[in-house]
Ligand binder design. Sequence first.
Ligand code: GLU
Length: 470
Amino acid sequence: MAITRFAPSPTGYLHIGGLRTALYSYLWAKKTGGEFKLRIEDTDTQRNNEDAVRAILEAFEWVGMPSDCEIEYQSKRTDIYKKYIAQLLEEGKAYKCYMSREELDALRASQEAAKQNPRYDGTWRPEDGKILPPIPEGIEPVIRIKAPLEGTIEFEDGVKGLMKFDANQVDDFVIARANGMPIYNFVVAIDDHLMGMTDVLRGDDHLSNTPKQIVIYNALGFDVPKFYHMPMINNPQGKKLSKRDGAMDVMQYKEDGYLPEALLNFLVRLGWSNGDQEIFSMDEMLELFDPNNINKSASAYNAEKLLWLNAHYIKNVSNDRLANELEYFGCIIHGHDKKEMLLDLCKERAQTLIELKDAIENILNTPTEYEAKGSKKFVKEGTIEMLQNYLSVLETNKDSLHIAPDYEAITKPFIEENGLKFPQLFQPIRIALTGGTQAPSVYDIEAVLGFDEVKTRIEAAIAVNFGKEA
Ligand code: GLU
């Protein structure tokens, strides 16, 4: 049973890299009958803002991955962190350091000059028999952890395998600032322990934090969770994903007409696979996903694949669901008597909900103008008369016209008897019904609109000669 978490810092919106981390964490928890928890890492008050928190929570609601616990906010847990700092001080596992900023700068400069890695030199680190400098006046100390001086810090990463860091790569880093506020790597370790984490999945940009967090776990006698550090998502050129490539706010995908299941399906494949399977329902993801199979190399964002998946889900979710989703875009078709027909027809070609909305409106809205190029090309001498004849044939059979094949059964013989070519009749009808020549099958549109509306629209187009100059 895995307890996992997603722990965003609310410095901005939730982007898709973050959502992928959350998805993997969510899947692993749910698959193992565990829990998925959200924690907002909002200790950096200068960079955090409430709007970002709201945006992140909104995104989680949209994709449907709720937290199994009340959401934790680090900003509300300072007292807990301070308690552990006090404990470590008391146990001699952390200590006060009175080095001034100038001294630290001088230390760093001399290390850089000697081509050494900048690290704390242990001036204030208490050791048996060591005499510490006299405590200077007017300096509030920071608190440093007593990190191991030798040996290695190791862990078995679920993605990267055995990770080994020389202990001397981790110095006695600061765990609380002079104002008493605890710092990032300290609070993450405390929270992950207190929230019961067994498995921590995160981007490999956090890899260098892990040895520091392990030092904290060890100092406090906490069990170290299993870590999975995931490679980044790159753009198709193998570079860091930029906004233009799709590294945008998750909610922008909603605005752009993507279904959340398409986005999750897209993300699960960015860094994990099951043979060459591309389509994964949530149930299949839960059945098949295993973080131990996360790819070791970075994956590439592919906008076309996302569109393709979205088209798949638009075709395959229920029409009621589509009608619900379309309401967000101001397209209300619940209650329309031809709702099913209309959606069946339009969803076949739509890659996004916006394209679906446009296709629906293209049929439902009475045209206010007619495409000049199409009218010029397809409305010729005899066209008007042909349309009038066609309408009267339809009218005679009006009571038998319900679905597309009914219109076809009347229209095909009409075309043959009049020696017409299909576009001769169909293109002017498309223009009259929708204003342009790009529209689905004429029979389908006719069936959706019904005879009376077909007649009204064709007569309206005839009345203005399809907008052509007289
Ligand atoms: N708050 C960190 C971030 O937003 C994540 C910390 C973690 O996963 O350990 O990048």
